[in-house]
Write a protein that binds this ligand. Structure first.
Ligand code: SAH
Length: 220
């Protein structure tokens, strides 16, 4: 048996997952591929066993190191905003549990994900491997640098809040590419959808959100 019980204690039952998908639909998520991806990823393996019974609720949960796995609605909404133009190569900053990475891996050909906390990225790597998802690469680094060797990216998702989007990430966004990020200080932030149009960056406010802070440097 793998370290991750993919069957769970009845938690991957179609009903449990379907309930979460229904909840996302009722909150306005429409894209069938996004709904199918959320329905396909076993969220319970991305949290500690003690919290697994809450893993299909539409709420954020702690994942250790003071970090959280995002609320499924936020994951779905950000994913929907990002994949509208059918991106091929996506960069994610803030791997965390790896849940969002797994959802993206169902939708695009290549996902590159960067996380600054070593303990988190190790566990995320094990989970992504257990799911045998292809096209995913992860890296232990400060995401402020992006992943220049692999850029430019058709889409970039930042899952931690900073007062502004790091310049290196905007530099690695392809023309026409979309970037979604929570922008602001501690507490509440604005979830922004940016789109590169040549030298210009267009910006649209999606909604008010609450994310953990974007921090500098790496940590074990
Ligand atoms: N997408 C994750 C959400 C994790 S919370 C999930 O689905 O579980 C945000 C993550 O961003 C945390 O793991 C945090 O350590 C990470 N983070 C914060 N600042 C970062 C930085 N500068 N570079 C890379 N990751 C960062």
């Amino acid at each position: 048996m793998t370290r991750f019980d993919l069957e769970g204690i009845g938690m991957t039952s179609p009903r449990t997952r379907r309930r979460l998908v229904e909840r996302l639909k009722s909150r306005g998520i429409r894209h069938p591929d996004v709904l199918a991806a959320v329905g396909a990823v076993p969220r319970h393996i991305f949290v500690d066993e003690a919290l697994a019974h809450r893993s299909y609720e539409d709420s954020a949960l702690p994942i250790g190191f003071g970090q959280t796995i995002s609320q499924p609605y936020i994951v779905a909404m950000m994913t929907e905003a990002l994949i509208a133009d059918g991106p091929d190569r996506v960069l994610e900053i803030g791997t965390g549990s790896g849940y969002q990475t797994a959802v993206l891996a169902h939708l695009v050909r290549r996902v590159y994900s960067v996380e600054r906390i070593g303990g988190l990225i190790e566990r995320a790597a094990e989970r992504l491997e257990a799911l045998a998802l292809t096209g995913v690469r992860i890296k232990h680094d400060d995401g402020a640098h992006g992943w220049s060797e692999q850029g430019p990216f058709d889409a970039i998702m930042i899952t931690a809040a900073a007062p502004e989007v790091p310049a290196a990430l905007l530099d690695q966004l392809a023309d026409g590419g979309r970037l979604v990020a929570p922008v602001g200080g501690e507490g509440q932030q604005a979830l922004l959808l940016l789109q590169r149009d040549g030298e210009r960056i267009l910006s649209r406010h999606l909604e008010a959100v609450r994310f953990v802070p974007f921090l500098n440097g790496i940590q074990n």
